[in-house]
Every structure is written in C-alpha cells, then in structure tokens.
Ligand binder design. Structure first.
Ligand SMILES: *Cc1c(COP(=O)(O)O)cnc(C)c1O
Length: 216
C-alpha cells in the first residue's frame, strides 16, 4: 500500500468528528507530500529542528503540530507558526509558551499531556496536577488550553489500553462539566486508534500506519 492509499483509507474510515494528525517524524518532504496529495493538511513532528525546516520548505496551508516532549528553550523556534502543542507537561513550559506567544502576538493552542500509562517513563500531569495547571493557565493569556493528550501503555493488553483511554476521557468530561471549555482529546496512535476513538478520542496521531515503519 502507498502513502496516498494509506492516508485515504484512514481518512475514510474514521468518523467526521475525529481529526487525523499524520505523524511525519523522520519522514522526507516527498513522503509528506504524498499524504498531502491525499488531502491531509495536519502533520505532527517531535523534533523542533525538523518541524521548522519542513514548515519552511513545504506548502503554507499545512498545520504543524508538535507532538513530542518540548524543552522550554526550544519554544521560541516554533512560536511563530505552530498550530497545536500536544505535550505540555509543566507550568514552566506553559509560562514559556505564553512568553513566546506574546512576543509573536499570538495565542498558542496547547494540550495538557496527562500521564495515563502504567509505565513511569512517560511524561505528563496527574489528574490533580492537570486541574491546577488549568487554573494557573488563567495567568497566561497567550496560551489557550484546548484539551488533553495521553499515551496508553505499550502493551498488547487491549483491556488495559481501553481502561487507560477511558480514564482520560473521564477526566476530560469532568473538566468540561466544571465549565472549562475543552474541545480536543488527543489519544490513539497506529496500534490503538480504533480503541481510542471508541473511548471518545477526537484527535488521533498516526505515523507508521500512513508512512510505514520508521528507521531511526
Ligand atoms: C511517534 C508518535 C506517534 C505515532 O506513532 P505510530 O505508532 O507510528 O502511529 C503518536 N504520538 C506520539 C506522541 C508519537 O511520538
């Protein structure tokens, strides 16, 4: 299957309310343009240098999402153009995003990354810290907390993955009930996005199922 076919298939199979982020990390401009030709306009990268280079070289109607872990000192490089930052996991980072967004006269949309996996090697806020971060973010007018992002455990256990996604959806719903205006729940990757959508995801981040395996 080609990149064009893979992209088309996924776009056709997911519900209308679910946005596809094509994760193009390590992939070339040519590969990205094949997904672009299938109609895809939202791409996710996890390295700031790669994302900025691709943003400069590729069509300007592409929206670039930062999906990786972000170091505060790198925020300035993406602040002029980034469409959504998925992995916000500290107040220090929120503060820096606010500062750089202000310099660029922008409001930058962000997702708070929530730690839902059993493994402790994944980044993110706990549910409680997330509540605090949302309260604190009122002091950062150039940051727009648009929703939550999470990654399930790296396991074959479908039941465990479903439970982790359900937990995140539950937190998301709770925050909405408390009148926080969230609209994006980013969960699901190549291996688990159907499960994530079934649990309420409305944004999936899919790499290898579009572009094939990555050789680092
Ligand atoms: C690489 C990556 C993905 C995509 O992974 P695939 O399994 O190739 O779909 C999604 N989310 C994040 C945060 C990633 O780093």
């Amino acid at each position: 299957m080609s990149i064009v076919e893979n992209t088309t298939t996924i776009l056709q199979e997911i519900p209308q309310h679910v946005q596809l982020v094509a994760v193009s990390k390590t992939k070339t401009n040519e590969e990205i343009m094949q997904a672009y030709d299938a109609g895809q306009r939202v791409f996710g990268e996890n390295k700031i240098q790669d994302m900025t280079r691709k943003q400069e070289e590729l069509p300007k109607d592409i929206q670039w999402h930062m999906i990786g872990h972000v170091q505060s000192n790198k925020v300035k490089y993406m602040a002029p153009y980034v469409d959504l930052i998925h992995g916000v996991d500290s107040l220090k980072l929120l503060k820096e995003i606010d500062k750089q967004a202000t310099k660029n006269n922008r409001i930058i949309p962000c997702l708070l990354q929530i730690h839902i996996a059993q493994e402790d090697n994944k980044f993110g806020f706990s549910a409680e810290e997330c509540q605090q971060a949302i309260e604190m973010s009122k002091e950062f007018p150039h940051v727009h907390i648009k929703g939550l992002m999470g990654m399930a455990s790296y396991t074959e256990g479908q039941k465990q993955i479903a439970q982790e996604f359900a937990g995140l959806k539950n937190l998301y719903d709770q925050l909405i009930q408390q009148n926080h205006r969230l609209e994006t729940l980013s969960m699901g990757m190549s291996g688990d996005y159907p499960l994530a959508i079934a649990q309420g995801s409305n944004m999936i981040r899919v790499g290898s199922k579009i572009f094939g395996p990555r050789n680092y």
